[in-house]
Design a protein around this ligand. Sequence first.
Ligand code: ZN
Length: 347
Amino acid sequence: MNNIQEQWLADPVRKAADEGPDQLSLVPGPVLDWLPGESLYSLLARNHYFRGHRDPSHTVCAFFGTLTGKSHQKDMTEIDVFVARTGGALGAARQVLEERTLLRFYRIFMEGYENTLLEPGRLSTDSILKFPTGLQTGRFRTKHPLKGCSACLERDARQIGFQYWRLVHQFPGLWVCLEHDRALQEIQIKPKAQQKFLWQTPAVERLLPVSCAVAGKEGLSKFRSLAQLIVSITSDKEQGIRYLTEARGRFCRYLSDAGFVLPSGPLRSVYKNQVADLCVSFVEFVYEFRRHPEFKALPENAVAAFRLLSRYVNGRSVVRPLERVVITAWLEQLTLPNGLSIYSYKR
Ligand SMILES: [Zn+2]
């Protein structure tokens, strides 16, 4: 089965000239159901080909009721419209957002902010699909490449005839399929200026080579550990938030007990006492990760590590989700100068 066709979504400024009179009527014709762990983007991409749509905007129109995907319903989000048009058969709004979009990853970093995403006018259709790239605050604005595991895709083709994108594989920082212990590979999409979105289902032959950062034994091992941490903290929202909070709390407690923080809160200068050793330890930990493009912004020297760890400790500055995940992974394996682990400290 050929699942590698590609289509572009309509130009965002294009007028929805043939919008139906009733945006909330059911999707006409057959609709494919979810596959295990499938993302919303993947479901719509598969439906696009299954339903034989030629124009990408026809798929948007089928599931969101307008060619642009925009909700014209008072007090209804685009995802509410999607739920109405699928008769609730594919899940309720929160269920779809939390189980089928990257909100599942980002919700543990949002501290209640995710509730506002259920308010009308907060998300456009393309930001739901690419969520949360188009989030209004832009706080998590980042690249989200589509990634797949060759073993998963080969099995899909063999067993179900559909190759699909797994949501968990799309999580930022996750580059190993834990089921097959194999590096994930990116499929490159290069939208042109007027083409903001692309429907594409995965295929093994379209996968780019494995990043050299993950290819070796040591790299695979480090990225595997990170993937395990990401899957663990994202599987349950409350537990994930607690885990991240406790890791930071224990680190702060240790720094305070050791006299590494100033009374006003910030970390003491990198060039004094053992804070410098901690920064060096962090730089060494992220060395392998930094070979991967997604992790390039991580600190390359002790001074940069000092800045990042200071932001992490003071609790008032923005620390990006991927930075928090990597710091948490570093803390997990850190042996403190007193020979103890960070987990020997109370919160
Ligand atoms: Zn796999």
